[in-house]
Design a protein around this ligand. Structure first.
Ligand code: H79
Length: 487
């Protein structure tokens, strides 16, 4: 009876998994807190939610030193090298005059991202150093004044969009190059006036970016922990409104503005500011409970903490493709997106280690992406073999990372609220070869929980693999019909 895998699941409840957060827990009156309770429901956000995998790219003049200066190695994040006391700032600020990435090929990057399975890409238009990868008319410190000259943001947006990949613009509100920039809140009149200029400059640049790149549908902000910025909350809120009005559907995370009391990400009432939680930088949530029903992305580096190009990756642990695939499936299982960072070198090459990882993830995605795209958290209780993801109410994906020694993948059937209903498994199969899986009765525990065992030999590839279950809720009085199918 190999083909028949229908299984009686004594109970199962498919409640909605996005426990939307619709009530304020406290009621501090706020003018600049969350402007919406619960997740966005529009098509733009729905598309974002379904991406699963994104690519981050950190590129700028810091890629030229690549973590070294005068024969010494900077052990911090390469894109921060300007802040290192062994890097003279005057030297750093001249680097743009050498920026001429001869091997840069936007189409090639986009193709590689597409092959990896990325559905959106986030590019650093301007990192903390203030160097602009687009020809901003509001400063001379841009790509236009490098030997390269051409608009890199334009090339990237066009190439990625041509591959069907959405582009989000990273923008740091820190700008070490602008004379009006302040990190601490300005106190003197002179500082205040300088910062006012910086605010205008920031606004101008953001409007310029949205104007120049009309297909861009997201902004990923950074640096907003500065006291100077936090204290401008009402102005930032107004600017956010202006940006949103200018580009309908625009997606902005929780890292742009603070609330009236300087609270960031979550306002003084505990409600998410912006469209998704942007706190998951180089780390991930473990449980759905931590997330309170919000959308989120996790931005992840391949080494421990290198975003821009650092030529020496032997300084820290470097993640393996397998781990990154696990992070991806885990993120999706908790309703998030994983955004994997790439730091191309000063000549425009994607380093071989990153190319290898992109290829390995892509190879895996080619077989298994169905368990990622458009999938959500599943209410089925996580087991040690890996992660459940779910599409709609009826389709479960079991991505197995830890192969059980007995080659049986055990599932715990959720108890249902309505005891007149049962959930049956209509079909089970492996994504890798489309072959049917055999599901067997796995007994019960002392709490009355029912288990099933899916016969699951190790795949020759040795990669994580996916078992698909099609489940359906039926009336309990039909149970005998299905019980016969249990082996
Ligand atoms: O672009 C990458 C990093 O360069 C950038 N964000 C990612 C995406 C980044 N900038 N700074 N950081 C990451 C680390 C920030 C550390 C912080 Fe703090 C700790 C911010 C607030 C507390 C250090 C201490 C900076 C301000 C106070």
């Amino acid at each position: 009876m190999k083909k028949i895998i229908s299984i009686l699941l004594l109970c199962g409840l498919f409640a909605g998994t996005l426990a939307a957060q619709n009530t304020r827990r406290t009621s501090v009156p706020l003018q600049h807190g969350a402007h919406r309770l619960g997740p966005r429901t529009d098509a733009y956000m729905q598309k974002w939610r379904e991406h699963g995998l994104g690519q981050f790219i950190h590129w700028g003049v810091y890629a030229i030193p690549g973590g070294h200066w005068n024969g010494e190695t900077y052990r911090g994040a390469a894109e921060w090298i300007r802040s290192w006391n062994k890097m003279p700032k005057a030297d750093y600020d001249q680097l743009y005059k050498q920026f001429n990435p001869k091997n840069f090929n936007a189409k090639q990057w986009a193709r590689q991202a597409k092959e990896m399975g990325a559905k959106y890409m986030i590019i650093t238009t301007k990192h903390h150093d203030g160097f602009c990868l687009w020809p901003s008319k509001y400063t001379d410190y841009t790509i236009a004044n490098t030997p390269y000259k051409k608009d890199i943001i334009k090339e990237l947006v066009e190439a990625y969009n041509a591959e069907g990949i959405d582009v989000t613009l990273y923008f740091s509100i820190i700008d070490w190059n602008h004379k009006g920039y302040r990190s601490a809140a300005p106190k003197t009149e002179a500082d205040k006036a300088a910062y006012e200029e910086f605010k205008q400059f920031t606004r101008n640049q953001l409007m310029e970016l949205l104007t120049n790149y009309p297909t861009v549908n997201g902004l990923w902000f950074d640096g907003s922990w500065d006291r100077a910025w936090i204290e401008q909350a009402p102005w930032v809120d107004e600017l956010e409104g202006e940006l949103r009005a200018f580009r309908p559907g625009l997606i902005i995370g929780s890292r742009f503005r603070a609330d009236d009391h300087g609270k960031r990400h979550y306002d003084s009432n505990g409600d998410l500011i912006g469209d998704y939680d942007q706190t998951w930088e180089r780390n991930m949530p473990e449980t759905l409970k931590e997330l309170n029903g919000v959308d989120w992305d996790c931005v992840m580096t391949i080494p421990e903490n290198q975003w821009g190009y650092h030529s020496d990756w032997s300084l820290t642990y470097v993640k393996q493709p397998y781990e990154l695939i696990e992070m991806l499936v885990k993120a999706v299982s908790l309703n998030g997106n994983l955004v994997l960072n790439f730091g191309p070198d000063g000549n425009g090459n994607i380093r071989p280690e990153e190319a290898h990882i992109a290829k390995e993830i892509g190879t895996w995605m080619q077989v298994n992406s169905e368990a990622v795209y458009g999938c959500k958290n599943s209410p089925w209780e996580k087991q040690g073999w890996g992660y459940y993801t779910q599409k709609g109410d009826n389709r479960l994906y079991l991505t197995v990372f830890n192969q059980p020694l007995n080659n049986k993948v055990r599932v715990k059937v959720p108890k249902c609220a309505d005891d007149k209903k049962i959930v049956i498994v209509e079909k089970a199969w492996f994504l890798a070869d489309k072959k049917a899986a055999v599901v067997k009765n796995g007994g019960r525990d002392k709490y009355g929980n029912v288990y099933y065992d899916i016969d699951s030999p190790v795949f020759k590839t040795g990669s994580p693999y996916v078992i698909v279950l099609e489940v359906r809720e039926v009336d309990k009085d039909k149970k005998d019909e299905y019980q016969q199918a249990i082996m």
